[in-house]
Design a protein around this ligand. Structure first.
Ligand SMILES: Nc1ncnc2c1ncn2[C@@H]1O[C@H](COP(=O)(O)OP(=O)(O)OP(=O)(O)O)[C@@H](O)[C@H]1O
Length: 294
C-alpha cells in the first residue's frame, strides 16, 4: 500500500530557523517522548504524540517535520487524504505503518471540511453542468470522497492508538482557524506549534547557515525592517543565497534589505487600495440610500 523511498532531507534542528526558546522546547518535547516508553505504560497511554504545525506557506513546517525525523531517526509516512478511498482504507493504511515513525497529513484543512465531509478536489469546484466529461469525472470522484472527520477522529482515538507504538502524528495547515476544534483538541494533537514570519532571531539562524555570518553592520537595519514587514523564512533564505561566485555576504544582505523595502511598499499599497475600495463602497451605499430617500 505504501511505496518506499529513501528519506534524505538535510533539514535538522540546527538548520531550522525559529525562536531559539521555542526550538529548545520542541526538541526537549521530542526527546522526552522518545525516552518515555515506560512512562506511557505506567500512565496507561499509548506511546503516541500528536503535533499540529500551523502557519503561512514558507515558514518551515515541512522543514520542521524533516528535522524531527532526522533527530529521532523515524520513518515518515506522508498521507495524502484526498487519495484515500474511505475510512476502511484509511484504517488499513495506518495499521500498515511501522513503529518509530511519523505519520504526516499535510494541509489538513484542504482534505476535510468542518462538517466531516471531505472537500472535493479543486477542479471539481469549476462549473461542469454543461460539460459531460467533467461531470463524469466529478461523479467518479464523488464516490471516492468517503473519508470523514469522524473516521479520522475514530482512527486517532481508537485503532491506531491500540496498535504498535512510538509514533508521531503530525497535521499541518496554513489555516488553523478553519479546523474543527474536535480534531485538534489536546489529547489528539498534544502540541500546537506555530511557524511564523521571520523575526530577527530567525534571520540570525539563516544568516549563520547561509552566509556564515554571526554579525554585520547591516544587521541593525534588517532587525528594524523585519519588525515592520512580514516576510517568510523561505523568502529571506532565498535572498541570502548567493546567486553567483561574485556575490558576497554583504550583497546578499543588501538584496534582503531591498526585498524588505519592496515588501513594505507592496503592503502599503494594499492598505491604500483596500481603503480606497472601502471608501468607494461607503460612497456607493450613501448614493443608493440617497436615491431611496428621493
Ligand atoms: N524556519 C525555517 N528554517 C529554515 N529554512 C526554512 C524555514 N522556513 C522555510 N525555510 C526554507 O524555505 C523552504 C520552504 O519551506 P517549507 O517547505 O519547510 O515551508 P512550509 O511551511 O512547509 O510551506 P508550505 O506550507 O507551502 O508547505 C525550505 O526548503 C527551507 O529552505
Amino acid at each position: 500500500m505504501w511505496s518506499h523511498i529513501m528519506f534524505e532531507h538535510p533539514s535538522t534542528f540546527d538548520t531550522l530557523a525559529m525562536d531559539p526558546n521555542k526550538k529548545k522546547e520542541i526538541l526537549n518535547d521530542l526527546l522526552t517522548f522518545s525516552k518515555s516508553k515506560d512512562y506511557y505504560k505506567k500512565v496507561g497511554k499509548s506511546w503516541k504524540r500528536g503535533y499540529l504545525l500551523y502557519g503561512p506557506p514558507g515558514t518551515g513546517k515541512s522543514s520542521m517535520i524533516a528535522a524531527m525525523a532526522n533527530l529521532l531517526d523515524y520513518d515518515i509516512y506522508d498521507l495524502e487524504l484526498t487519495s484515500v478511498n474511505d475510512n476502511t482504507d484509511l484504517r488499513k493504511l495506518l495499521i500498515d505503518t511501522s513503529s518509530k515513525s511519523i505519520i504526516v497529513i499535510e494541509d489538513i484543512d484542504c482534505s476535510l471540511d468542518l462538517t466531516g465531509q471531505r472537500k472535493k478536489k479543486k477542479e471539481d469546484k469549476k462549473p461542469d453542468q454543461k460539460d459531460p466529461i467533467r461531470k463524469k469525472e466529478k461523479d467518479k470522484n464523488k464516490k471516492k470522497t468517503e473519508v470523514t472527520l469522524s473516521g479520522l477522529l475514530n482512527f486517532i482515538d481508537g485503532l491506531w492508538s491500540a496498535c504498535g507504538s512510538e509514533r508521531l502524528i503530525i497535521f499541518t495547515t496554513n489555516h488553523v482557524e478553519k479546523l474543527d476544534p474536535a480534531l485538534i483538541r489536546r489529547g489528539r494533537m498534544d502540541k500546537h506549534i506555530e511557524m511564523s514570519y521571520c523575526c530577527f532571531e530567525t534571520f540570525k539562524v539563516l544568516a549563520k547557515n547561509y552566509l556564515d555570518l554571526e554579525s554585520h553592520d547591516l544587521f541593525a537595519t534588517i532587525d528594524r525592517m523585519l519588525e515592520e514587514t512580514r516576510m517568510t523564512p523561505a523568502d529571506v533564505a532565498e535572498c541570502l543565497m548567493p546567486k553567483s561566485a561574485e556575490e558576497d555576504a554583504e550583497s546578499c544582505l543588501n538584496e534582503l534589505i531591498k526585498s524588505l523595502e519592496n515588501a513594505k511598499e507592496e503592503a502599503r499599497l494594499k492598505v491604500v487600495e483596500s481603503e480606497d475600495n472601502g471608501g468607494q463602497k461607503v460612497q456607493e451605499c450613501d448614493e443608493s440610500s440617497d436615491s431611496e430617500d428621493d
